[in-house]
Ligand binder design. Structure first.
Ligand code: AHR
Length: 512
């Protein structure tokens, strides 16, 4: 059976069932030939921005906040449960003004710096290379280093790689003097960030040449093999991808893409916690548009790399709302409601389907910035609704995708966007089939049937994330308003799984 054809055919079918009022059937097509969902799609991003690093992750060894070697214990525990595969650092825009040598050696000797991109906050450089790589090592995370191309030099970046990965030589000696004998492992290297904007305002032609030059001196030391990622396009800038692929595809392993879900119709980004029903549906339409944007970038990449060797790394994505009133301007601190959870689930579903080209995605950002996993305030921490989606989806990491079709109803929203009410993704790993379903409708539950003829299992379990109100969020006074709950309403009879998917809910079913 040609699965690609089948899925395409089903897409056409679903597109005409706009007015379907009856239940939804999800058909699963397990296949040994289906791709593995790259676990790196569950990547995170930590920038020196607001309180993401300082206060959010790092409080220093002498802090009254319980910590392990300076990292907050509550946050460490929360991160562990997400099985974070990869963490991008130190930016973002910050990366192109970061000089790594300021962040090594005895902390009392490290110079202070002004974070010009993000509110002019003065930082003491107490979180630097050692603190980042040790964090990754402690949590079993693959580090993803963003190199400074905008305001740095080729030599500076070359030395940084040598400092991190060489067994011997002047940079390795310096590292050893600073207390780290063995090199660290470094796979992912970003050569600049948003080089069309905060990373240097380059033209694509000029950046392509600069990229070629920089990557030449990013060496592989002692068996460490770098995966080099060119700074890619934003949203709909297809020309950037075209030029980069044409001029430098043979010298890169990946190219990035940034796409944020913003409430762009009103001129402002919109408030995180105050939005109308129409705003909500429009936002989800904007979120889903990432699929056509990625596909257009993929189409261009295919022209120069038909074998899909070069990965498309969506290394910044997520919601971007107005900063919370009363917070520091430029710190991008925003709340996170059940609407954000929907954006997370829908985006991850899309990345699953495009996993053959999308080799990594990094939600922005891990703590206290934009669509965060955790929010902290002094000693307190809350887990966001988005955190719970990532937790619920852990079984999909590195699992084999199960292609599926479904006959969802659609909703027409502002600007003639058609938004599917029901979305789903499924995968299998270690004998467990995991099916995640999303109902974005604010009022109507949906009856779902899933034929399971070809699937062997003896036990069904489930989890649900929903909220009394789509505007609900977790805050320091009420940290558990939106949390994962067990879901035991899925029943199997005659090889068909049936459940009622509540309004505004995300459900994951496991077949063991
Ligand atoms: O994630 C916040 C900022 O958004 C990043 O620093 C930058 O790369 C992007 O514009």
């Amino acid at each position: 059976m040609n699965l690609k054809f089948l899925v395409l055919g089903a897409t056409l079918l679903t597109a005409i069932s706009v007015t379907a009022e009856e239940g939804v059937t999800v058909n699963l097509y397990p296949s040994k030939d289906a791709p593995t969902i790259n676990k790196e799609i569950y990547g995170q991003f930590a920038e020196h921005l607001g309180t993401c690093i300082y206060g959010g992750i790092w409080v220093g060894e002498n802090s009254p906040i319980p910590n392990t070697n300076g990292y907050r214990n509550d946050v460490l525990e929360a991160f562990r449960a997400l099985h974070i595969p990869v963490l991008r650092w130190p930016g973002g825009c910050f990366a192109d003004e970061y000089h790594w040598e300021d962040g090594i050696g005895p902390k009392e000797n490290r110079p202070r710096m002004v974070n010009n991109n993000w509110g002019g906050t003065v930082e003491d450089n107490s979180f630097g290379t050692h603190e980042f790589f040790n964090l990754c090592e402690m949590l079993g995370i693959e580090p993803y280093l963003s190199g400074n191309v905008g305001s740095g030099t080729v030599e500076e970046l070359a030395n940084w790689i040598e400092y991190i990965t060489a067994e011997d030589g002047p940079q390795a000696q310096l590292r050893k003097q600073n207390g780290r004998e063995k090199p660290w492992h470094l796979k992912y290297l970003g050569v600049g960030n948003e080089s069309w904007g905060c990373g240097g305002s380059f033209t694509p032609e000029y950046y392509a040449d600069v990229y070629r030059r920089y990557q030449t001196y990013c060496r592989n030391f002692n068996g460490n093999k770098l995966y080099k990622i060119a700074s890619g396009a934003s949203d709909y800038d297809y020309n950037w991808t075209e030029v980069l692929m044409k001029k430098a595809a043979n010298r890169m392993d990946g190219i990035s893409l940034h796409y944020y879900t913003v409430a762009g119709w009103s001129g402002s980004k919109g408030a995180a916690t105050k939005f109308s029903d129409e705003d909500y549906y429009w936002t989800l339409g904007k979120c889903l548009e990432i699929e056509s944007v990625i596909k257009e970038h993929m189409r261009i990449m295919d022209k120069y790399d038909s074998k899909k060797r070069v990965g498309l790394m969506v290394d910044e994505w997520g919601t971007w709302w107005d900063e919370e009133p009363g917070t520091i301007k430029g710190h991008l601190y925003q709340q996170n409601t059940m609407r954000d959870a929907m954006v997370a689930a829908l985006s991850l579903n899309i990345f699953h389907n495009l996993t053959e080209r999308v080799k990594m995605a990094n939600i922005a950002q891990i703590a206290n910035v934009l669509q965060s996993m955790v929010l902290t305030k002094d000693k307190q921490m809350v887990l966001t609704p988005t955190y719970y989606v990532f937790k619920m989806y852990v079984p999909h990491q590195d699992a084999t995708l199960i292609p599926l079709t479904l006959n969802t109803p659609y909703r027409m929203v502002r600007a003639n966007r058609l938004v599917p009410t029901i979305s789903a993704t499924a995968s299998q790993k270690d004998g467990i089939v995991t099916i995640s379903l999303t109902n974005i409708d604010l009022t109507k539950p949906c009856e779902v049937e899933i034929p399971l003829k070809d699937i062997k299992f003896s036990k069904v379990s489930g989890e649900i994330l929903t909220a009394a109100d789509i505007h609900d969020y977790n805050d320091f006074g009420a940290p558990e308003k939106v949390t994962l709950k067990p879901f035991d309403k899925a029943k199997v009879s005659k090889d068909v799984l049936r459940l009622t998917l509540p309004a505004k809910s995300i459900v994951t079913i496991s077949l063991h």
